[in-house]
Write a protein that binds this ligand. Structure first.
Ligand code: GAP
Length: 506
């Protein structure tokens, strides 16, 4: 990881934010190549979601529209979503369902005779508790247990606790006291009345615009609203380079559907999202799909709590995995909350039956754009002692910040004008690099390190017969082609690699 971070800085992918002041923990800046790489991943996501969304189970393209909402919204947003109240008390997270609970709202049934201690919301009725005990295969008699508030339980005992919405123990994290939202004041006075928050997720901006999109466009359930943008979390422990930062970017889509179709759509989006990550280059075993088993799925689908994750084996998680994207079943929770808090009806009226009004259920594929960039870099990083750079970045051509480099063999008069001519032609269609200075070996090394798939070299033969050398990044194989054909060559290579990526995805 140290080598990857060093390469990212040396070659201009990612720098510590405010570097000349010693940086700021949890914040990062994207350099010239990092910005290109991030834009490529962002654009691929937007294309797959909004421009050419996939075909649905009935063989026709699904419908998704894009929005770009404010980072600062009416603070009531975050009361409704649960982030204001939810983040300011000691909270425990369920690693499985991603649900967050107030620690002091949970009651645990303890017993020195049981190795699993089920937890419930403090308001749970005994009949509800007994039902869950039965489901867990435990004696369905509340009197055999002692009811203990979770705040009274030592954290070491959490490994025995079965969270309220799961079946296995050990998924609750230790409590966190911190409110993860950054706040600011809107207007001149820094009073409580003017307090506002930087969004901790892009998702809520989508729910806030659900009615506006319905009223202004011709979408019909099922449909999706997609958004890419910055999110802010005052993470207690930002770490692992850009993996967990305090300012980051998300790519989220909320898929609004009929309640009885939600489970089917969760499976659909899970498969589509896996295909996406394969198509951008995460084709290896480093990516895993953590789908809930059938038994769990039925349970979650009913209650709208399940999340299936796509995870990646980062160098710092190895042999474990870190989350790249979650595909969550959010039920009707968010729209219901906003309807209640705003007083605005957020129901959908079935156009074929205006008596059928309902709040759609939501499936949410939520991915990290900046975390995705890290996965692409880690996947591409390839050690190869046989070449001068000792390493190259094996990006797919579509993700590579530069598709080709144009290198005059020498900075002599005859080579440079030809190189400039080729550069001006190619840059109309592709991001390309014209690199004139230094010996050719050093320039190849630089292009290897930034992951440029092709280098075109102009030499004395170019003056004689109009041919140039093409060097392929991964194999370092060289061939000569006519300079006139360089654009066609690059077009064909990009087309073939696009096809290969689609095949890999399928
Ligand atoms: N709307 C749901 C939501 O925000 P999440 O799992 O908290 O869900 C979605 O975030 C994705 O955003 C994660 O899978 C991860 O890729 C990315 N992400 C979350 N927190 C992050 C952080 N502090 N730094 C970088 N990426 C983060």
């Amino acid at each position: 990881m140290k080598d990857i971070v060093a390469l990212c800085k040396r070659r201009g992918f990612i720098f510590p934010a405010s570097d000349i002041y010693g940086g700021l923990n949890g914040f990062w800046d994207y350099g010239p190549l990092g910005t290109e790489l991030k834009n490529n991943l962002r654009d691929a996501w937007w294309k797959q979601m909004v421009i050419t969304p996939p075909l649905g189970p009935d063989g026709t393209p699904v419908e998704i529209v894009g929005i770009d909402s404010s980072i600062i919204q009416n603070p009531k947003t975050w009361e409704a979503s649960g982030h204001v109240g939810g983040f300011s008390d000691p909270m425990v997270d369920c690693k499985e369902t991603k649900r967050r609970y107030r620690q002091d709202h949970l009651i645990v049934l303890t017993s020195d005779k049981a190795d699993r201690w089920p937890a419930f919301h403090e308001e749970a009725e005994d009949s509800e508790i007994e039902k869950k005990l039965k489901k867990l295969g435990m004696p369905a008699d509340v009197s055999l247990f002692e009811k203990v508030n979770l705040t009274k339980l030592p954290v070491a005992d959490y490994e025995k606790v079965v969270g309220p919405d799961v079946k296995e123990p050990g998924t609750l994290t230790e409590p966190k006291e911190f409110n993860l939202m950054f706040h600011t004041y809107v207007g001149a006075t820094a009073s409580e009345d003017n307090k506002a928050y930087l969004r901790p997720e892009t998702a809520q901006g989508i729910f806030l615009n659900f009615k506006n999109v319905l009223d202004s466009s011709r979408v019909k359930v099922p449909f999706g609203i997609a958004q890419i943008g910055k999110a802010y979390r005052n993470e207690v422990t930002p770490r692992n380079f850009i993996f967990r930062s305090r300012e980051f970017e998300q790519m989220e889509m909320e898929w609004f559907c009929a309640p009885d179709e939600a489970k089917m759509w969760q499976d659909f989006w899970f498969d589509e999202r896996v295909k996406f990550w394969r198509s951008v280059g995460l084709g290896s075993d480093n990516m895993v799909m953590r789908k809930h088993d059938a038994d769990e799925l039925a349970h979650y689908a009913k209650e709208g709590l399940g999340t299936s994750d796509i995870e990646y084996k980062f160098p710092f998680t190895d042999p474990g995995y870190g989350e790249l994207e979650g595909i969550a079943h959010r039920c009707d929770f968010d729209l219901k909350q906003h309807q209640e808090h705003s007083g605005t009806k957020l129901e959908y009226m079935d156009p074929t039956d205006n008596k059928n009004r309902f709040i759609p259920h939501v499936i949410e594929p939520a991915a990290g754009l900046t975390r995705g960039v890290l996965a692409l870099i880690c996947e591409a990083y390839t050690v190869d002692e046989s070449r001068p750079s000792g390493v190259y970045l094996n990006f797919t051509p579509a993700m590579a910040p530069k598709k080709a480099a144009i290198l005059p063999l020498t900075a002599k008069d005859e080579h440079v004008p030809l190189a400039q001519k080729l550069y001006l032609e190619l840059r109309e269609e592709f991001p390309v690099d014209l690199d004139i200075k230094q010996n050719i070996g050093k320039r190849y090394a630089r292009q290897d390190e930034i992951g440029t798939p092709y280098c075109f070299t102009i030499d004395n033969d170019t003056i004689e017969d109009g041919t140039i050398t093409v060097r392929e990044r991964n194999t370092m194989a060289q061939e000569r082609i006519s300079m006139d054909k360089a654009l066609d060559y690059l077009r064909e290579k990009m087309r073939l690699s696009g096809e290969e990526a689609r095949k890999k995805a399928a």
